[in-house]
Write a protein that binds this ligand. Structure first.
Ligand code: SF4
Length: 208
């Protein structure tokens, strides 16, 4: 089977980087986690802090067995698959193998592509720059909306109306705009207590 077919079937994936660290944001903030960052994103957020991930061709294409073997070298058994936009790929084979090895599988996604893979936790972070695929709404355990502009509160509520009732909803100030929007996020959450605040604690700790 050639490489392109293996990528299409999710047997090999472009890997930008993988590292063991602490999950810095969202519901599982503070938990040690092995991050698998896949290369490739077609969403195009203006404030993206991993723009180098966008071109998939820049990154080595690795068999999923090798990706999982590397994860097994570390003590933690929580894996976060991120990107880029990881749902550009069929994540079935990677997540099946991770689960077989005893990992809890998490994903951070904009939901811009059809859902694939078997996940214990789905963090859905919709972006204005590419409309989410409808398959994400029933899968999302966590809705995390980045606040970069005052119109993002309305955007957040629009997506909140589409996720399941037990989905945890959080607002996260975009790092460079935190000094502008943190106060309004605090006010918003106080008056809309079905929301909570997510902070990028890894940036405060200066860890990856
Ligand atoms: S979806 Fe993520 S990786 Fe893609 S442009 Fe937006 S922030 Fe960057």
């Amino acid at each position: 089977m050639d490489k392109a077919k293996k990528i299409k079937e999710g047997l090999m994936l472009p890997l930008m980087e993988a590292f063991y660290t602490i999950q810095g944001e969202g519901v599982h903030s503070g938990v040690p986690a092995y991050f698998i960052r896949l290369g490739g994103c077609d969403v195009g957020c203006v404030w993206c802090d991993v723009k180098e991930s966008w071109e998939a061709e820049k990154w080595p294409v690795i068999p999923v067995e090798e990706i999982v073997d590397r994860a097994c070298e570390f003590s933690g058994r929580m894996v976060v698959i991120t990107g880029g936009e990881p749902l550009m790929y069929n994540l079935g084979p990677l997540t099946a193998l991770l689960k077989k090895k005893g990992f809890a599988t998490h994903i951070e996604t904009s939901g811009a592509h059809p859902f694939s893979g078997s996940f214990d936790w789905v963090c859905f972070s919709p972006k204005k720059f590419k409309v989410p695929h409808p398959s994400i709404y029933e899968k999302a355990n966590e809705l995390k909306v980045v606040i970069f502009h005052k119109s993002d509160f309305e955007f957040a509520e629009k997506h909140a109306s589409l996720v399941q009732g037990n989905c945890i909803k959080s607002l996260q100030p975009e790092w460079s705009k935190a000094n502008i929007y943190t106060e309004s996020i605090v006010d918003y959450v106080k008056s809309h207590p079905d929301w909570k605040i997510s902070l990028q604690t890894h940036k405060f700790m200066d860890i990856p």
